[in-house]
Write a protein that binds this ligand. Structure first.
Ligand code: UTP
Length: 643
């Protein structure tokens, strides 16, 4: 198995990782906050099971080193870890894996290294993550990325080298994450990036003494004894929090100019408040020379130090790719080693939930044997598929990485049969190539699914609430399990919804127009459109199943010609964490509807009146397969190719 682990670059908040740990002894020390990302350069390795722990490094000239081998003994591996040096890292992680997990030996061959070593990009953490991941994948330990990161850290601290807690963020790949450090607790959150961001970092080829830097700064904790220490605590505490929070917003909007300004501000604060704690290291003449170079200033929007700071590495952000390349070339011509690094656009919505635990009484007796979400529908490619598969494909195309499927425990076997069981050899052999490919796609889509059980069918809102832990603090896309969609645009309906959410960051529901005569069947929304095309609406109110009279009086939305139109939810939602909080409260208070169910509408209405809510008129069509007549219509038209 081939593995790649990137190096990591701390963009903002360096030193706040260890500083946040002092929160344990002095609660007035603010928790640390840092934005860290994996970079393009990294370490490649080939791993396989073995009787022993074997490791082969790569020499600086690209040739292979010697194989080094250890018996799988915690004691011997720990002894190597404690000796220090390059092999201590790999032995430390192997010792930890052996002590805590049921693993055998591992052979690790480093095949390529594109990461500059000892340049503040954390090559040691990358190698530690590579070993942890190697054990995880070869022994199918099912460790999450967070678990791998923890194992890498625990291995690295067995060595005499003292790494910080933000180093192992490289486990998350080339994606920026926010790390929060309070006492021993670490929280990691992926960050949204609205547009590609063009970073450049360069080795100043200067000198710095990280040990000295760390001991001077640590002397300012846990209790500030003088003015200088107080300034350091302020800079790494409240100042850092304010800047990091602003950077998160600027990244979400892809605002490189703002990030540049914040970089400059962060370096200015560093020079003003922190540098005095270790002047010999923080005078950093090379860093300041680059910061004042007019040519660099022309190409960069902002400049700051990296890692422990001092004359190690410098980072800058540029407005576009052209300037990024020009800056890199210029720095190289001035005797530095400069690298380009582009942080790619990242969707903020990467999780979806689909409730499929309902009884589907309206489709009885078909639902006595098949879940309605698995009813066959002929897709546009002409193949008959369970409806859920079409929905999952749509989510994959919209960039969704994980899907929480809310199931009733009795139905697990039915979903397993689709996603987890393999075909018999005889069956598989009879399939033509195109269908074999679909079989592979089913397995791939199945890997994104996490089952969440709804033990009692207490309604749609109750089903959604079961996904509270799965959603965590992230926004999630909610789709109905018995609806399908087709888009009139190149971008599918789920993708349109995610884009709409990103415009505001507020709870966003999709809109569909309904005739006034049918409003009593739906949740009806009203508000103001914000754009020329009349797609994005600020919602001012909503009412579940209103009478025609009520809707005519209060819920009409005037179009450009002055005609009243009525809108209901289209079946897709981007939920914010607040939704789960309020659903939890309603369930705890037993606030059921007359039908004895927990709904979602009352919670949406409450958020609409407090935090605010948006709605988006998706450019596409919705198909309901949970009602006989609508299923019939879906069967007739869904698979037809548009001209
Ligand atoms: P529906 O409103 O269609 O309810 O749910 P239902 O119970 O499935 O169907 P009928 O009304 O009896 O015919 C919308 C979605 O929410 C899920 C359903 O599976 C469907 O995908 N749901 C509903 C749950 O997961 N749990 C519930 O308690 C209710």
């Amino acid at each position: 198995m081939n593995i790649f682990v990137p190096g990591r670059l701390c963009l903002f908040g360096e030193h706040s990782d260890w500083a946040g740990l002092y929160n344990r002894t002095n609660s007035e020390v603010e928790p640390g906050m840092a934005i860290v990302t994996g970079i393009g350069q990294g370490i490649y390795g080939y791993v396989e099971r073995s009787d022993t722990f074997r490791f082969r490094a790569m020499n600086e000239d690209g040739s292979h080193g010697e194989w080094i081998e250890w018996p799988m003994s915690v004691k011997q591996l720990k002894a190597t870890a404690e000796e220090g040096g390059y092999y201590s890292y790999v032995a430390g992680v192997a010792a930890f894996m052996l002590e805590y997990y049921d693993v055998g030996g591992l052979s690790v061959d480093i095949t390529k290294v594109t990461l500059p070593i000892k340049k503040g990009l954390s090559s040691s953490a990358a190698i530690c993550v590579l070993i942890a991941r190697g054990f995880n994948l070869t022994y199918d330990l099912q460790l999450s990325v967070r678990g791998e990161m923890e194992a890498a850290y625990r291995g690295e601290i067995m060595t005499p080298s003292r790494c910080g807690r933000l180093d192992q963020a490289c486990a998350y790949g080339e994606k920026p994450v926010l790390m929060r450090f309070a006492s021993e607790n670490i929280e990691v959150e992926r960050l949204a990036v609205g547009k590609d961001l063009h970073w450049v970092f360069a080795d100043l080829n200067g000198e710095k003494d990280t040990k000295k830097i760390l001991s001077s700064l640590n002397a300012c904790y846990p209790f500030a004894q003088d003015e200088q220490a107080r300034k350091v605590q302020e800079a790494l505490g409240p100042d850092n929090r304010r800047i990091v929070e602003q950077v998160i917003g600027a990244m979400r909007h892809g605002d490189a100019e703002k990030i540049g300004k914040l970089m400059d501000e962060s370096q200015r604060l560093f020079d003003e408040k922190i540098a005095g704690a270790c002047p010999s290291e923080f005078d950093s003449p090379l860093l300041h020379q680059v910061m004042q170079d007019p040519e660099v200033r022309k190409l960069a929007l902002g400049i700051k130090g990296v890692g422990s700071h001092g004359d190690g590495t410098v980072q800058m952000i540029c407005a576009d790719e052209e300037k990024q390349k020009a800056l890199c070339a210029y720095l190289n011509s001035r005797g530095m080693d400069a690298y380009i690094f582009t942080i790619r656009e990242q969707r903020s919505v990467r999780k979806a939930i689909i409730p499929v635990a309902g009884f589907g009484t309206r489709m009885f007796p078909a639902t006595k044997v098949v879940k309605k979400e698995l009813f066959p529908v002929v897709d546009k490619d002409g193949f008959a598929k369970p409806a859920l598969l079409i929905l999952l494909k749509e989510l994959e195309q919209a960039g969704i990485e994980e899907v929480g499927l809310i199931i009733s425990p009795e139905d697990r076997e039915e979903f397993d049969r689709l996603f987890k069981r393999d075909l018999t050899i005889e069956y598989y052999r009879k399939l033509p190539k195109a269908l074999r490919e679909i079989n592979v796609a089913i397995q791939r889509l199945g890997q994104k699914i996490i089952y969440i059980e709804q033990k009692e069918q207490l309604g749609f809102g109750h089903a959604v609430y079961q996904a509270k832990n799965f959603a965590g603090e992230e926004p999630v896309l909610l789709l109905l399990g018995d609806h399908l969609y087709t888009s009139n645009r190149e971008q599918n309906c789920a993708g349109q919804m995610i884009d709409a959410y990103e415009k505001s960051g507020l709870l966003t529901v999709s809109l569909d127009e309904v005739e006034l005569e049918r409003v009593m069947h739906y949740g009806i929304l009203t508000g103001w459109f914000q754009d020329e095309e009349e797609r994005l609406m600020q919602v001012s109110d909503m009412e579940e199943k209103p009478t025609m009279d009520y809707a005519r009086l209060y819920l009409g939305v005037k179009d450009k010609k002055g005609t009243d139109r009525y809108y209901c939810v289209f079946g897709q939602y981007v939920l914010t964490p607040k939704v789960f909080e309020l659903l939890g409260r309603d369930i705890a208070e037993g606030k059921k509807s007359e039908k004895g169910e927990y709904g979602l509408t009352s919670v949406l209405k409450e958020i609409c009146h407090t935090e605010g809510m948006m709605a988006y008129r998706i450019d596409g069509r919705r198909y309901d397969i949970g009602i006989p007549q609508e299923y019939l219509a879906t069967m007739a038209v869904y698979g037809q190719k548009e001209d």
